[in-house]
Design a protein. Structure first.
Length: 134
C-alpha cells in the first residue's frame, strides 16, 4: 500500500519543492541508481533523497541541491521508494519522469542551489509584503 507524505525541505530542489505531495511504496525491491528513496537517519524525520550508488548492499544518497553526501544507508532503513508526485493541486505524476532527471543533477546542481536561494528570497519577500498589508 502506498503512503502519502509532504515534502518540507529544499534538498531535492528543483526536482521536488516544499509542499509537493509524494506517494512512497514501502514494498521496495531492487533499489537502483536514480531512484528517489525515503529513509531515517537516527531519530530525525524522514529524508527523501536520490540514490547515486548502490554498493555492498549500502545506498549512497544525496539531495539534488546538496553539495554533500548522506551517511550510507541499508535497504532496511528505507521507508519507501518514490512512486508518484503531485505538485500543488495538479494531477499525480509517475516517479519515472523524476528519476530521468538524474543526469541533470550532475550538471545543474550549482544552478539548482542558486534557484533555491532565489526561491527563498522571493518567498520571504512575499511574506513581508503580505504582512505589511494586514
Amino acid at each position: 500500500m502506498l503512503t502519502e507524505h509532504v515534502v518540507s525541505g529544499f534538498s531535492m530542489f528543483p526536482t521536488l519543492k516544499p509542499g509537493d505531495r509524494v506517494l512512497l511504496n514501502p514494498q521496495h525491491k531492487n533499489i537502483k541508481k536514480g531512484d528517489i528513496v525515503a529513509f531515517f537517519v537516527g531519530h530525525q524525520k524522514a529524508i527523501l533523497h536520490r540514490v547515486h550508488l548502490v554498493q555492498d548492499e549500502k545506498l549512497f544518497c544525496k539531495g539534488d541541491a546538496n553539495t554533500f553526501w548522506d551517511v550510507p544507508v541499508s535497504a532496511e532503513q528505507v521507508l519507501g521508494v518514490l512512486e508518484m508526485v503531485r505538485m500543488y493541486d495538479d494531477e499525480w505524476r509517475p516517479a519515472s519522469s523524476y528519476q530521468k532527471k538524474l543526469y541533470l543533477t550532475r550538471y545543474y546542481g550549482f544552478y539548482a542551489r542558486i534557484v533555491r536561494r532565489v526561491y527563498l528570497l522571493l518567498a520571504n519577500f512575499k511574506a513581508r509584503i503580505n504582512q505589511s498589508f494586514k
